[in-house]
Design a protein around this ligand. Sequence first.
Ligand code: FAD
Length: 290
Amino acid sequence: MKAAAFTYARATSVVNALELLAAHGDKAKVLSGGQSLMPAMNLRLVSPDIVVDIGGLTELRGIAVSGDVLAIGALTRHVDLLRSPEVAAHAPLLRDAVAHVAHPAIRNRGTVGGSLAHADPASEIPACMAALDATIVVRGPGGERRIATAEFFRGIYETALSPQDLLVAVELPLSGEGARFFFQEYARRHGDYAIVGLAARALVGGGQFTDLRLGFFAVGDRPLLADAARKLINVSVTPALLAETAAALAEELDPEEDQQASPAMRRHLATVLMRRCVAALLERPELETG
Ligand code: FAD
Protein backbone atom coordinates (compact mmCIF):
# COMPACT_ATOMS: atom_id res chain seq x y z
CA MET A 1 0.00 0.00 0.00
CA LYS A 2 0.95 3.63 -0.39
CA ALA A 3 0.55 6.43 2.13
CA ALA A 4 -2.35 8.86 1.78
CA ALA A 5 -1.36 12.23 0.27
CA PHE A 6 0.48 14.49 2.70
CA THR A 7 2.48 17.71 2.75
CA TYR A 8 6.20 17.38 3.36
CA ALA A 9 8.09 20.06 5.31
CA ARG A 10 11.81 19.93 5.97
CA ALA A 11 12.53 21.71 9.26
CA THR A 12 15.46 24.12 9.08
CA SER A 13 15.96 24.40 12.87
CA VAL A 14 14.48 23.11 16.11
CA VAL A 15 12.55 26.40 16.43
CA ASN A 16 11.20 26.00 12.88
CA ALA A 17 10.16 22.39 13.64
CA LEU A 18 8.32 23.55 16.77
CA GLU A 19 6.58 26.31 14.77
CA LEU A 20 5.42 23.79 12.14
CA LEU A 21 4.15 21.42 14.85
CA ALA A 22 2.36 24.26 16.69
CA ALA A 23 0.69 25.36 13.44
CA HIS A 24 -0.68 21.91 12.59
CA GLY A 25 -1.41 20.29 15.98
CA ASP A 26 -2.37 16.62 15.82
CA LYS A 27 -2.49 16.74 11.99
CA ALA A 28 1.35 16.77 11.93
CA LYS A 29 3.86 13.95 12.48
CA VAL A 30 7.59 14.27 13.14
CA LEU A 31 9.79 12.26 10.78
CA SER A 32 13.20 11.12 12.10
CA GLY A 33 14.57 7.88 10.61
CA GLY A 34 11.17 6.89 9.20
CA GLN A 35 11.66 3.22 10.06
CA SER A 36 8.40 3.05 12.02
CA LEU A 37 6.51 6.09 10.68
CA MET A 38 6.79 5.25 6.97
CA PRO A 39 5.52 1.65 7.31
CA ALA A 40 2.67 2.93 9.52
CA MET A 41 1.78 5.57 6.89
CA ASN A 42 2.01 3.07 4.04
CA LEU A 43 -0.36 0.76 5.93
CA ARG A 44 -2.57 3.82 6.60
CA LEU A 45 -2.45 3.21 10.32
CA VAL A 46 -1.59 6.91 10.52
CA SER A 47 -2.38 9.55 7.89
CA PRO A 48 -0.93 12.92 8.90
CA ASP A 49 -1.74 16.00 6.81
CA ILE A 50 1.88 17.12 7.15
CA VAL A 51 5.16 15.36 7.87
CA VAL A 52 7.79 17.51 9.58
CA ASP A 53 11.18 16.06 8.64
CA ILE A 54 13.76 16.84 11.34
CA GLY A 55 16.41 14.57 9.77
CA GLY A 56 18.61 17.51 8.72
CA LEU A 57 18.90 19.01 12.22
CA THR A 58 22.47 17.95 12.90
CA GLU A 59 22.43 19.68 16.29
CA LEU A 60 20.12 16.86 17.47
CA ARG A 61 22.61 14.13 16.53
CA GLY A 62 25.51 13.23 18.79
CA ILE A 63 26.72 11.61 22.00
CA ALA A 64 28.66 13.53 24.65
CA VAL A 65 29.66 13.33 28.29
CA SER A 66 28.66 16.50 30.10
CA GLY A 67 29.45 16.60 33.83
CA ASP A 68 28.00 13.42 35.33
CA VAL A 69 25.63 12.81 32.44
CA LEU A 70 25.85 11.00 29.10
CA ALA A 71 23.73 13.07 26.69
CA ILE A 72 22.42 11.42 23.53
CA GLY A 73 20.75 13.60 20.89
CA ALA A 74 17.36 12.48 19.59
CA LEU A 75 18.63 12.02 16.02
CA THR A 76 21.50 9.78 17.10
CA ARG A 77 21.09 6.65 15.05
CA HIS A 78 21.08 3.11 16.38
CA VAL A 79 24.35 2.45 14.54
CA ASP A 80 25.99 5.41 16.35
CA LEU A 81 25.31 3.70 19.69
CA LEU A 82 27.07 0.57 18.45
CA ARG A 83 30.19 2.54 17.48
CA SER A 84 30.41 5.15 20.23
CA PRO A 85 33.35 4.93 22.69
CA GLU A 86 31.30 7.04 25.17
CA VAL A 87 28.46 4.53 25.08
CA ALA A 88 30.92 1.63 25.44
CA ALA A 89 32.50 3.31 28.47
CA HIS A 90 29.43 4.70 30.24
CA ALA A 91 26.37 2.79 29.04
CA PRO A 92 27.51 -0.51 27.49
CA LEU A 93 24.01 -1.87 28.08
CA LEU A 94 22.79 0.29 25.17
CA ARG A 95 25.46 -1.04 22.83
CA ASP A 96 24.58 -4.64 23.76
CA ALA A 97 20.86 -3.98 23.30
CA VAL A 98 21.06 -2.12 19.99
CA ALA A 99 22.74 -5.09 18.35
CA HIS A 100 19.33 -6.80 18.74
CA VAL A 101 17.31 -3.96 17.16
CA ALA A 102 16.18 -5.06 13.71
CA HIS A 103 18.87 -5.34 10.99
CA PRO A 104 21.77 -3.15 9.78
CA ALA A 105 19.70 -1.24 7.18
CA ILE A 106 17.18 -0.22 9.85
CA ARG A 107 19.87 0.53 12.44
CA ASN A 108 21.54 2.83 9.89
CA ARG A 109 18.41 5.04 9.69
CA GLY A 110 16.44 4.48 12.93
CA THR A 111 17.08 6.95 15.75
CA VAL A 112 17.08 6.89 19.54
CA GLY A 113 14.49 9.68 19.68
CA GLY A 114 12.26 7.87 17.18
CA SER A 115 12.42 4.65 19.16
CA LEU A 116 11.51 6.43 22.42
CA ALA A 117 8.73 8.53 20.84
CA HIS A 118 7.31 5.47 19.05
CA ALA A 119 7.12 3.65 22.43
CA ASP A 120 6.66 0.12 21.16
CA PRO A 121 6.49 -2.00 24.35
CA ALA A 122 8.60 -4.69 22.63
CA SER A 123 11.44 -2.26 21.86
CA GLU A 124 14.86 -2.68 23.38
CA ILE A 125 15.92 0.96 23.80
CA PRO A 126 13.01 2.13 26.03
CA ALA A 127 13.65 -0.74 28.48
CA CYS A 128 17.36 0.15 28.59
CA MET A 129 16.41 3.74 29.41
CA ALA A 130 14.25 2.50 32.29
CA ALA A 131 17.09 0.31 33.60
CA LEU A 132 19.59 3.17 33.24
CA ASP A 133 17.33 5.71 34.99
CA ALA A 134 17.28 8.03 31.98
CA THR A 135 15.71 11.45 31.69
CA ILE A 136 13.97 12.33 28.42
CA VAL A 137 14.45 15.92 27.27
CA VAL A 138 11.49 17.45 25.43
CA ARG A 139 10.93 20.85 23.84
CA GLY A 140 7.44 22.18 23.25
CA PRO A 141 5.43 25.39 23.14
CA GLY A 142 6.05 25.97 26.87
CA GLY A 143 9.83 25.50 26.64
CA GLU A 144 11.99 22.56 27.72
CA ARG A 145 10.99 19.84 30.17
CA ARG A 146 12.77 16.79 31.56
CA ILE A 147 10.75 13.65 32.08
CA ALA A 148 11.71 10.45 33.93
CA THR A 149 11.08 7.26 31.95
CA ALA A 150 8.45 6.10 34.49
CA GLU A 151 6.37 9.17 33.59
CA PHE A 152 7.30 9.26 29.90
CA PHE A 153 5.92 5.87 28.78
CA ARG A 154 2.12 5.80 29.18
CA GLY A 155 0.93 2.79 27.16
CA ILE A 156 1.25 1.04 23.80
CA TYR A 157 2.66 3.73 21.45
CA GLU A 158 1.68 6.34 24.06
CA THR A 159 4.00 8.78 25.75
CA ALA A 160 3.98 12.08 27.61
CA LEU A 161 4.71 13.86 24.29
CA SER A 162 1.96 16.13 22.97
CA PRO A 163 1.59 16.59 19.17
CA GLN A 164 3.41 19.96 19.53
CA ASP A 165 6.45 18.44 21.30
CA LEU A 166 9.82 17.44 19.98
CA LEU A 167 11.92 14.90 21.82
CA VAL A 168 15.39 16.46 21.63
CA ALA A 169 17.66 14.27 23.78
CA VAL A 170 17.99 11.66 26.45
CA GLU A 171 20.31 11.97 29.45
CA LEU A 172 21.80 9.07 31.37
CA PRO A 173 23.64 9.20 34.68
CA LEU A 174 27.18 7.90 34.11
CA SER A 175 27.20 4.25 35.11
CA GLY A 176 29.98 4.60 37.68
CA GLU A 177 32.78 2.24 38.52
CA GLY A 178 31.80 -1.34 39.18
CA ALA A 179 28.36 -1.15 37.56
CA ARG A 180 27.34 -4.44 35.97
CA PHE A 181 24.95 -4.94 33.05
CA PHE A 182 22.90 -7.73 31.55
CA PHE A 183 20.96 -7.85 28.30
CA GLN A 184 19.12 -10.80 26.80
CA GLU A 185 15.97 -11.31 24.79
CA TYR A 186 13.97 -14.15 23.36
CA ALA A 187 13.08 -13.59 19.71
CA ARG A 188 12.17 -16.06 16.98
CA ARG A 189 15.05 -14.80 14.82
CA HIS A 190 17.87 -12.39 15.54
CA GLY A 191 16.56 -8.91 14.67
CA ASP A 192 12.88 -9.73 15.23
CA TYR A 193 10.97 -7.84 17.89
CA ALA A 194 11.42 -9.65 21.21
CA ILE A 195 8.90 -12.09 22.68
CA VAL A 196 10.33 -11.12 26.09
CA GLY A 197 13.50 -9.22 26.98
CA LEU A 198 15.44 -7.91 29.94
CA ALA A 199 17.88 -5.00 30.26
CA ALA A 200 19.47 -4.71 33.70
CA ARG A 201 21.94 -2.58 35.62
CA ALA A 202 23.36 -3.52 39.03
CA LEU A 203 25.84 -2.53 41.67
CA VAL A 204 27.37 -5.38 43.63
CA GLY A 205 29.33 -5.26 46.88
CA GLY A 206 30.37 -8.11 49.16
CA GLY A 207 28.56 -10.64 46.97
CA GLN A 208 25.22 -8.81 47.33
CA PHE A 209 23.31 -6.40 45.14
CA THR A 210 23.47 -2.87 46.51
CA ASP A 211 21.31 -1.73 43.59
CA LEU A 212 19.43 -3.67 40.94
CA ARG A 213 17.25 -2.27 38.15
CA LEU A 214 15.48 -4.84 35.98
CA GLY A 215 13.94 -3.29 32.84
CA PHE A 216 11.67 -5.81 31.09
CA PHE A 217 10.16 -5.35 27.63
CA ALA A 218 7.34 -7.09 25.74
CA VAL A 219 5.67 -8.03 29.04
CA GLY A 220 3.02 -5.29 29.19
CA ASP A 221 1.94 -2.06 27.58
CA ARG A 222 5.22 -0.23 28.34
CA PRO A 223 8.74 -0.96 29.59
CA LEU A 224 8.53 -2.28 33.13
CA LEU A 225 11.04 -1.58 35.89
CA ALA A 226 10.33 -4.59 38.09
CA ASP A 227 9.48 -3.91 41.75
CA ALA A 228 10.35 -7.54 42.53
CA ALA A 229 14.04 -6.63 42.14
CA ARG A 230 13.90 -4.89 45.54
CA LYS A 231 13.68 -8.27 47.25
CA LEU A 232 17.23 -9.03 46.09
CA ILE A 233 18.95 -5.87 47.35
CA ASN A 234 21.27 -5.93 50.39
CA VAL A 235 20.58 -9.61 51.12
CA SER A 236 22.35 -12.86 50.42
CA VAL A 237 20.52 -14.34 47.43
CA THR A 238 19.46 -17.94 48.07
CA PRO A 239 17.56 -20.28 45.69
CA ALA A 240 14.49 -19.90 47.98
CA LEU A 241 14.64 -16.09 47.78
CA LEU A 242 15.06 -16.27 44.02
CA ALA A 243 11.98 -18.54 43.73
CA GLU A 244 10.00 -16.07 45.85
CA THR A 245 11.22 -13.19 43.64
CA ALA A 246 10.29 -15.08 40.46
CA ALA A 247 6.75 -15.59 41.82
CA ALA A 248 6.47 -11.88 42.71
CA LEU A 249 7.74 -10.94 39.25
CA ALA A 250 5.21 -13.18 37.48
CA GLU A 251 2.43 -11.48 39.51
CA GLU A 252 3.70 -8.04 38.56
CA LEU A 253 3.71 -8.62 34.79
CA ASP A 254 0.68 -8.03 32.60
CA PRO A 255 1.66 -9.49 29.23
CA GLU A 256 -0.48 -9.54 26.10
CA GLU A 257 -1.59 -12.59 24.13
CA ASP A 258 -0.40 -12.51 20.50
CA GLN A 259 0.70 -14.92 17.75
CA GLN A 260 4.14 -15.21 19.35
CA ALA A 261 3.28 -16.22 22.93
CA SER A 262 0.60 -16.59 25.57
CA PRO A 263 0.72 -14.47 28.75
CA ALA A 264 1.73 -17.59 30.73
CA MET A 265 4.65 -18.26 28.39
CA ARG A 266 5.78 -14.63 28.62
CA ARG A 267 5.64 -14.74 32.43
CA HIS A 268 7.67 -17.95 32.43
CA LEU A 269 10.30 -16.57 30.03
CA ALA A 270 10.61 -13.38 32.08
CA THR A 271 11.39 -15.40 35.22
CA VAL A 272 13.94 -17.46 33.29
CA LEU A 273 15.65 -14.26 32.13
CA MET A 274 15.55 -12.87 35.68
CA ARG A 275 17.30 -15.99 37.04
CA ARG A 276 19.93 -15.86 34.29
CA CYS A 277 20.49 -12.19 34.95
CA VAL A 278 20.94 -12.60 38.72
CA ALA A 279 23.27 -15.58 38.24
CA ALA A 280 25.38 -13.67 35.70
CA LEU A 281 25.55 -10.40 37.64
CA LEU A 282 26.47 -12.12 40.95
CA GLU A 283 28.78 -14.54 39.08
CA ARG A 284 26.97 -17.48 40.72
CA PRO A 285 25.99 -19.83 37.85
CA GLU A 286 24.29 -22.26 40.27
CA LEU A 287 21.47 -19.70 40.81
CA GLU A 288 20.37 -19.92 37.18
CA THR A 289 18.57 -23.21 37.65
CA GLY A 290 17.64 -22.68 41.31
P1 FAD B 1 10.29 7.41 12.90
O1 FAD B 1 9.86 6.22 12.15
O2 FAD B 1 10.81 8.56 12.09
O3 FAD B 1 9.23 7.90 13.92
C1 FAD B 1 8.57 6.98 14.78
C2 FAD B 1 7.50 7.74 15.59
O4 FAD B 1 8.11 8.62 16.52
C3 FAD B 1 6.57 8.62 14.74
O5 FAD B 1 5.31 8.66 15.36
C4 FAD B 1 7.23 9.99 14.81
O6 FAD B 1 6.32 11.05 14.58
C5 FAD B 1 7.76 9.99 16.23
N1 FAD B 1 9.02 10.75 16.39
C6 FAD B 1 10.21 10.43 15.81
N2 FAD B 1 11.16 11.24 16.26
C7 FAD B 1 10.58 12.10 17.12
C8 FAD B 1 11.06 13.19 17.92
N3 FAD B 1 12.37 13.54 17.93
N4 FAD B 1 10.18 13.88 18.69
C9 FAD B 1 8.87 13.53 18.70
N5 FAD B 1 8.36 12.50 17.99
C10 FAD B 1 9.20 11.79 17.20
N6 FAD B 1 12.65 -1.44 16.75
C11 FAD B 1 13.04 -2.06 17.87
O7 FAD B 1 13.12 -1.42 18.91
N7 FAD B 1 13.35 -3.40 17.88
C12 FAD B 1 13.27 -4.18 16.76
O8 FAD B 1 13.60 -5.37 16.80
C13 FAD B 1 12.82 -3.55 15.56
N8 FAD B 1 12.68 -4.26 14.43
C14 FAD B 1 12.24 -3.62 13.30
C15 FAD B 1 12.09 -4.37 12.13
C16 FAD B 1 11.65 -3.75 10.97
C17 FAD B 1 11.48 -4.58 9.73
C18 FAD B 1 11.38 -2.34 10.96
C19 FAD B 1 10.92 -1.65 9.70
C20 FAD B 1 11.54 -1.59 12.11
C21 FAD B 1 11.96 -2.22 13.29
N9 FAD B 1 12.11 -1.50 14.46
C22 FAD B 1 12.53 -2.14 15.60
C23 FAD B 1 11.82 -0.03 14.53
C24 FAD B 1 13.07 0.81 14.30
O9 FAD B 1 13.99 0.58 15.33
C25 FAD B 1 12.76 2.31 14.27
O10 FAD B 1 13.94 2.90 13.86
C26 FAD B 1 12.35 3.02 15.54
O11 FAD B 1 11.24 2.46 16.14
C27 FAD B 1 11.90 4.46 15.26
O12 FAD B 1 12.96 5.29 14.95
P2 FAD B 1 12.89 6.24 13.68
O13 FAD B 1 13.95 7.25 13.85
O14 FAD B 1 12.90 5.45 12.44
O15 FAD B 1 11.47 6.97 13.92
